[in-house]
Design a protein. Structure first.
Length: 258
């Protein structure tokens, strides 16, 4: 049997490897951006490692952390403002997972603190999507885990309190946001972009489905391979291959179980 001291040593080694791999991968980004921006990727990697450790051993958790840090979104858009919030995705899931497992008021405070931290990142749109996905995760965990299902009412009550407390703590940021929202402008509404609509319902050409799976198959968005890397690739939306792959696995698993 492996001793506790040995486990701690192995954990430290894996964390150092996470930092080393991340440092090597984003070294080019450090040259282009302020050092704080690549440092955020380290934070995301560490949070991903801690979240994965709730389910996996150290080595798979390391792989998950490195994969998260080297995701195409972060590599291509390293300097985008959204990164300061989106590196917290595994942190949000970690906070909710600890709430489910510990069912304590300390975990409630941890969720509220994570929401405040995400709100302070300055991209409430990203945080809204993260919380929506994390909330679905909580519901599914409770529904499909017998031990959690027996504590469903308590867990859902603490979940609601944690989210409410998180938004309350973020009030000093949310209230000005709601005020400026009345005079804001966005490019997500067809009326603001000349009637342009995106999504599979608007894209009548089935061949464009390829770009929803492989968004950069025709080159970067504004550097199409068909126009000497100087024009729009035609990309109007995507979900990527990984969600499609796991969705397909889920469907096949359900079908095979029958």
């Amino acid at each position: 049997m492996m001793t506790r001291k040995r486990k701690i040593q192995i954990g430290v080694v894996f964390l150092v490897l996470v930092l080393s791999v991340g440092a090597t991968a984003i070294l080019h980004g450090v040259r282009k951006h302020h050092s704080v921006v690549p440092a955020l990727i380290f934070v995301g990697g560490l949070l991903m490692f801690l979240f994965a450790r709730q389910f996996l051993t150290a080595l798979p958790s390391l792989v998950a952390a490195v994969t998260f840090m080297l995701s195409g979104y972060f590599v291509i858009y390293l300097g985008i403002a959204h990164v300061s919030v989106e590196v917290l995705i595994p942190g949000v899931f970690l906070a909710f997972e600890l709430l489910l497992r510990r069912n304590s008021w300390a975990a409630v405070g941890g969720v509220a603190a994570m929401i405040l931290l995400g709100m302070a990142g300055g991209m409430p749109e990203s945080l809204f999507l993260m919380l929506a996905f994390a909330s679905l995760y909580v519901v599914c965990r409770i529904l499909f885990t017998p031990l959690l299902r027996s504590q469903a009412l308590t867990l859902l009550a603490k979940f609601a309190i944690a989210v409410g407390l998180g938004f309350a703590l973020s009030g000093f940021l949310l209230l000005p946001f709601l005020e400026f929202l009345q005079v804001s402008h966005d490019v997500h509404q067809p009326g603001n972009v000349g009637g342009l609509q995106v999504g599979l319902l608007a894209d009548r050409d089935y061949r464009l489905t390829l770009q929803y799976l492989l968004p950069l198959v025709f080159g970067p968005i504004l550097n199409s391979i068909f126009s000497d890397f100087a024009g729009w690739s035609g990309l109007r939306g995507y979900w990527g291959i990984i969600p499609f792959f796991f969705s397909l696995v889920a469907v096949l698993t359900v079908v095979s179980a029958r």
